[in-house]
Design a protein around this ligand. Structure first.
Ligand SMILES: Cc1cc2nc3c(=O)[nH]c(=O)nc-3n(C[C@H](O)[C@H](O)[C@H](O)COP(=O)(O)OP(=O)(O)OC[C@H]3O[C@@H](n4cnc5c(N)ncnc54)[C@H](O)[C@@H]3O)c2cc1C
Length: 504
């Protein structure tokens, strides 16, 4: 493996919302002189050596994706960050590499090295007339970074990123690396394990815990993903009254009476709602996307005059808001949203064209909570009321929807989770609004979870309340997988703050 020690000692996340002092940042690369499999094996060895060095030097290390997280989960205080982005090989999976027990189609399985960007994988898959099953609103994350925090779009019947993962190649110590998959869903064959020179572990509890483990389960070198045939999305955004009938759809995801949506009662692939707390009388912004068979010759999606495409969400434009005196906030939010969120009809594109590159405009804050869909009306009313006393909140409320994930610490843990995002200007006032809002939800006894990669206020007490026995199961799995030395180097201050670093 190639390692460039950059000598970086001060590191900022993509949004420049925090700075972290580190010991170094290593740029990693596959050895270009080796063939693909030999290079992959060599990188596995390289990762093991890095873990051995970290243990010997008592220095924490952490794999870094694209640095898109707002939480400090990708960092290691006074530690070494590993830039994995150049590790972007993709391997086809032959039928010999798959166990006869696997029920799916091996031609749609791929082993992606951890640093593959969502944009890179999408381009690769497009050349095979295939597609990821879902993605976030933008495509800048690495595949390992995306799954590590349970990132999601709003393909509510598909799930979040980790839900299309069938296997993980994890470097768990200087002397051990494993291929981890579910015992209940065996995928790979002995020949695959032999090629990767690894050890097969089939264990549902370990696999489900490792799926969303934010860099704390060692280094995930390769991820097996299940893809599907390429498809088109037919996308619409319109303004609809923020009324009982819209809230009823949001709270049930029952589209059988949703006649006012663009394709009537057809169940969409993607459904999302945004509201401007200062312009509710003019309705909510409702996005619906319907899955269509792929064909050549369609007109690709176009951006509006603000430069936004159909899949772009608030983080793409909300950074244009800056801190303002309270009296000006409503007018500023209204002006920004009027320019950014312009209705459109019947735009077509493949998944990676709709949810494509993001150009960031200024700092912003994004917090996202998962709530059971049935709570949407109540929580929204509470937030709107809170905005009168603890606001004005300099941003908008956005709603996306995701079915339940099997990952132990997936924040999409309700039968259908509404991911309610509070995207806003970067300011102390926003942080303060968040704190008050979370406390209010707790006081009201409303169950909720936090996106692990977005602004959150977690400690172990809250995590226990949110995840119950699953929090203990995750800790037990980490203790089972990593020995004490390795756990220590993959522990950072955020994990400690969350109380998930416990040894048992
Ligand atoms: C503009 C923007 C839009 C966004 N849109 C969405 C969205 O639509 N939906 C959504 O859910 N989230 C969204 N997010 C949040 C983002 O998707 C998550 O924070 C995601 O985890 C970031 O991925 P990353 O590749 O940048 O990983 P990083 O932020 O770099 O890292 C995330 C975690 O992954 C771990 N990790 C990375 N690589 C490895 C590896 N090889 N082995 C082990 N651990 C590893 C890191 O240690 C860290 O804990 C958005 C963020 C931004 C900035």
């Amino acid at each position: 493996m190639k390692i460039i020690k950059t000598g970086t000692t001060s590191w900022e996340n993509k949004h420049e919302t925090f700075t972290q002092q580190i010991k170094d940042l290593y740029e990693l690369g596959n050895d270009p002189m080796l063939g693909p499999l030999a290079a992959y094996l060599d990188t596995t060895k390289g990762f093991q050596n890095l873990i051995a060095d970290a243990i010997a030097a008592k220095t924490p290390i952490r794999a870094l994706g694209s640095a898109w997280s707002w939480t400090k989960i990708a960092t290691a205080e006074s530690g070494i960050l590993l830039d994995t982005k150049p590790l972007n090989m993709v391997f086809d999976i032959s039928s010999q590499s798959v166990t006869p027990a696997y029920k799916g189609d091996p031609t749609k399985l791929f082993l992606a090295q951890c640093g593959n960007g969502v944009w890179e994988l999408s381009r690769f898959l497009k050349s095979r007339y295939l597609s990821l099953k879902t993605s976030g609103a933008s495509n800048g994350q690495t595949i390992a970074g995306l799954t590590a925090t349970g990132a999601h779009g709003s393909a509510f019947d598909v799930g979040a990123a980790q839900d299309f993962v069938t296997g993980l190649h994890i470097i768990v110590s200087p002397t051990r690396h494993i291929w981890l998959e579910r015992a209940s869903n065996p995928v790979v064959s002995a020949s695959f394990i032999n090629n990767l020179q690894t050890e097969l572990v089939r264990d549902d509890a370990l696999f489900n815990a490792a799926l969303v483990s934010f860099g704390s389960f060692g280094i995930i070198h390769g991820i097996m993903i299940e893809t599907e045939d390429i498809f088109l999305l037919e996308a619409y955004m319109s303004r609809m009254p923020w009324d009982d009938s819209l809230r009823q759809i949001m709270q049930t995801l029952d589209f059988s009476t949703a006649a006012k949506l663009p394709c009537g009662t057809e169940r969409p692939y993607h459904f999302a709602v945004q509201i401007n707390p200062y312009d509710l009388d003019n309705g909510a912004y409702v996005t619906t996307m319907y899955k269509r068979p792929y064909h050549e010759g369609y007109t690709p999606p176009v951006r509006n005059t603000a430069g936004l495409g159909p899949g772009d969400d608030a983080p793409c434009f909300i950074g244009r808001l800056t801190e303002a005196v309270p009296a000006l906030v409503p007018a500023l939010v209204n002006k920004l949203l009027a320019g950014a969120l312009t209705p459109y009809t019947k735009q077509f594109g493949i998944l990676s064209e709709i949810f494509d590159n993001t150009t960031l405009h200024g700092k912003l804050l994004s917090a996202a909570i998962g709530i059971p869909i049935q709570q949407i009306g109540k929580v929204t009313q509470l937030l709107l009321d809170l905005n009168k006393t603890a606001g004005p909140f300099s941003g908008l409320f956005a709603y996306r929807f995701i079915k339940k994930s099997n990952a132990t610490l997936a924040f999409t843990r309700f039968d259908y989770t509404c991911v309610l995002e509070l995207d806003a200007a970067f300011s102390d006032a926003t942080y303060s609004f968040y704190t008050t809002a979370w406390k209010m939800l707790e006081d009201q006894g409303i169950p909720f979870t936090f996106h692990w990669g977005k602004v959150n206020e977690l400690d172990f007490g809250r995590i226990k309340k949110m995840y119950g026995a699953d929090a203990d199961a995750w800790i037990a799995a980490r203790n089972r997988l990593l020995d004490a030395d390795t756990r220590r180097v993959f522990t950072n201050a955020t994990l400690q703050k969350w109380g998930l670093d416990q040894s048992i």
